[in-house]
Each structure stands twice: as structure tokens, then as C-alpha cells.
Design a protein around this ligand. Sequence first.
Ligand code: SAM
Ligand code: SF4
Length: 466
Amino acid sequence: MVKLMEFIDEKYINSLIADKSLKDRNLQLSIIEKALERKGISLNESAALLNITDKDILVKLFEAAKQIKESIYGNRLVMFAPLYLTNACVNNCLYCSFRKDNKELVRRTLTVDEIENEARQLIIDGHKRLLLVCGEHPKESNLDYVGKAIERIYSIDYKGNNIRRVNVNIAPLTTDDFKILHSFEIGTYQIFQETYHYETYLKMHPSGPKKDYVFRLHAPERAFEAGIDDLGIGALFGLTDYRFELLAMLMHAEYLDKTLGVGPHTISIPRLEPAVNAPAAECPPHAVEDLSFKKMIAILRLAVPYTGIILSTREKAELRRDLFNVGVSQISAGSKTTPGGYKKEIKDSTNEFGQFQLGDHRSLNEVVQDVCQLGYIPSFCTACYRSGRTGDRFMELAKSGKIGKICTPNALATFKEYLLDFSTNGSTEKNEAALMKQVDELPEKEKKATQKMIAKLENGERDVYF
Ligand code: SAM
Ligand code: SF4
């Protein structure tokens, strides 16, 4: 068991955190300079950047993160929303409201018809990409149920609009079960280790199948073996020292890159939020304050330049705006963490709290408008996954600098489609103007391709991409 997890070398990580030679300003500046080559930085270089305290160096770090993200992916921000199927759970994670010992929570598992209602509402809001989320329960959220849910979600057609990519965040499976999950045509399989710190992990997961650290840690390899090559990892920041968590997560990413030939497609950075009847969430043992959180995200962008960084509605709108500047590439919007939350079918007040408390309660439309006015392109693109550009094929494109040439036109076309079908509250004109400005600024070849797609959309075609 120890052998299986030895790539998370706790001793080495702690030695990097304690290493005084990594506090050198000139060293930090040279690492930031080197990172601009977009080849990533080593673990001890990331540790050195974690030591930055000088304000000027911090500004340079943030600028570098923004520059790297934009040089690879352009200024698009991919939008998605979570869809919770059930809050039934056999685990007892000390930070989560869905934990088995929370007897006050009314348990609810959506029927396939209710799941359709939820997904339809999200389509009407303008979403194209969902993240399916479940508590872990052998009866309530088994694979058969998950498969039926995904099949139904993909089958919905609302005036030519539909959900085009279903990513999944569910408990780890065996390789054989991952093969079944793969057959449901999912996008990314996401799994957060929560904390890479072994002792803390055991404390936080006192009972249920999730207490098995090693089984969870190796889920990405099993999923990959089963054919799922877009994998998402993450840590729940606040359970242990964020510096340890970041370095361990980077070790994990490096390990996956080496053993699978492709690193994680995405990294998520959930921060511990208040949750009802969840003792660790009421008083986070290692709360991460905003500036450290921002620094951590910027370092992540320098260390793994090609990996998508996902920021959720756990964070408040104002902070989210600031964090878009340091390399975030995907965001959730208009989210609910309660099964049935989008159609407001649940009346019970305890359930209204959802899995945890959210920081950004704005609708998708409000977020889109805000993002757009900040100079980003809200993207609803799902083209890569549907064109077979997943796993190492996606990474090759990203590393060769070609992905931006695909991302930006597709982002603009899907944004146009959104404006045609779903924009409300008088925001359309402003957003149209921002869109056309972005199209005008494109290099000639991409501009023509984008204009062609926009013309098709204006003529009534839908789901246009390349
Ligand atoms: N139940 C499955 C599992 O735990 O693997 C599926 C994912 S769980 C429903 C979604 C994620 O929510 C967890 O992996 C955890 O990181 C996050 N989460 C749980 N409690 C949280 C809290 N209080 N604040 C922020 N995120 C939380
Ligand atoms: Fe269950 Fe996941 Fe919540 Fe843990 S984090 S109690 S496994 S839903």
C-alpha cells in the first residue's frame, strides 16, 4: 500500500517548504522569467515561488500567469454548471453536508425525469456543458443510474440546443466499472484527492469506502486504462497547509504525465466553504486567505501551463474577477449544489443549503455579461471532445501553440449562439459589440473562419464548430 502511494513524497515536500535557500528574490525572479517559456517549472521552483512575499515580485508572478494563459488559450473562459443527482452518501467526510452522520439533511435522489427537468432548465439558462455530481451510495447512485441519467441528458433537444458535454465527478471506480462509465460518452472524469496529506486524509474520512486513500489516489490511472483520457484532479484547500497541498498536487500531475504520457486535463481548486453539520467546514483547520489563494493559482499556471484550471462558484464574484487574471480557464456559473435546485423542486429548508455554501449566486446571464465586459470571451465550446481531440492529442495541440487558433473562433461562435438564443435583461447589445470587437481583432484566417460560423448561426444553423 505504501509503495503504491510513494510518489507523494511527504518528506521531500516538507523539506522544500522548510528550505531557506528557496527564499532568494533573485532566484524567484529568474524562475518567473524562465516560466514564460511555457515549459513548466520544477517542484522546487514552485516551492521557491510559494515563498514570495515581496509585492513587486508578486505582481510579476501574476502578470506571468496571465500572459501564459492567454498565449495558450487566448482570453476565453469556458462555462459550465454542476448537476447534482443525489445527496445520499455512505461516507462521512467531515467537511461535507452530505455526510452520512448529518441526520438533519433530507435525502433526495432525483428520478431520471427530474434529472431531465434539471438539465432542460440548464439548457434554457444557456449551458452546453455540465458536471454531473453525486454522493457515493451503492444503491442510490450506482453506475446503472448514472448511465441512465447521462443518456437522458444527452437526449434533450431544446430548439436545437442541447447539452454537448457531460463531465463527471463521482466516487472512484474499479477499472471494469470505469470501462462502463467510458461507454456513456462522458467528457472529463474528475476526482479530487481532497487532501494529499495521508494522516489528515484519514482524519477527515473516518468511515465509508472513501477512507481508502490509495484507491482514490490511483483512480485516474484506472480511468485511463479504461479509455478515459481527459482526467481532472484537485484538492480541497483548507484541510492542510496549502503549500503542502499545492506541491503534492503538482507531484501527482507529474506522476500522471510520466506514467500515462499525458498529464491531467484539468486541475480544480475548491476552497473549503461553510457546510451545515460538517465540523471541518465550520472551522477550516488551515483556511487559505485570498492572497495566498491567488498566489497558489498563479504558481499552478506557471507549473502546468497547458492544464485547464477550474474555478467554481464557491468563490465570491469580486474575487473571481481578480482570479481570472492569473490563469483560470474554466468557470462554473449559475450553480446550485442541491439535487433539484435548478427547478426549485425542493421546499425543505435544510436542503436549501446544498452541499456547501456558495459565494457567487449570480445567474449565468449575469456572469456572462460581467466576464464579457472584463474583456474575456465566455465560451460554450465542446468541440475538442467531440472531434476526438482528447488526452495526448489535445495536449499536443496545446503544446504546439495551435489550440488557441481553435479555441478562440469556437469560443466566439458559441458565444454568438448563446447571444442569439439566451441573452436577456437588455445585455445583448453590449455583448454583441464586445463580440464583434473580438472578431475584428483576430488574425485574418481565424477572422474569416469565425465570420463564416457566425453567418451560419444567424441563418438558423446551430452547433457550429471546427
Ligand atoms: N461524492 C463524490 C466524492 O466525494 O468523490 C463526488 C464529489 S463531491 C459531491 C464534490 C466535491 O465537493 C468533493 O470532492 C469535495 O472536494 C467538495 N466539497 C465537499 N465539501 C465541501 C465544502 N464544505 N466546501 C467546498 N467544497 C466541498
Ligand atoms: Fe459524500 Fe462526496 Fe460529500 Fe464525502 S464529499 S460526504 S463522499 S458527497
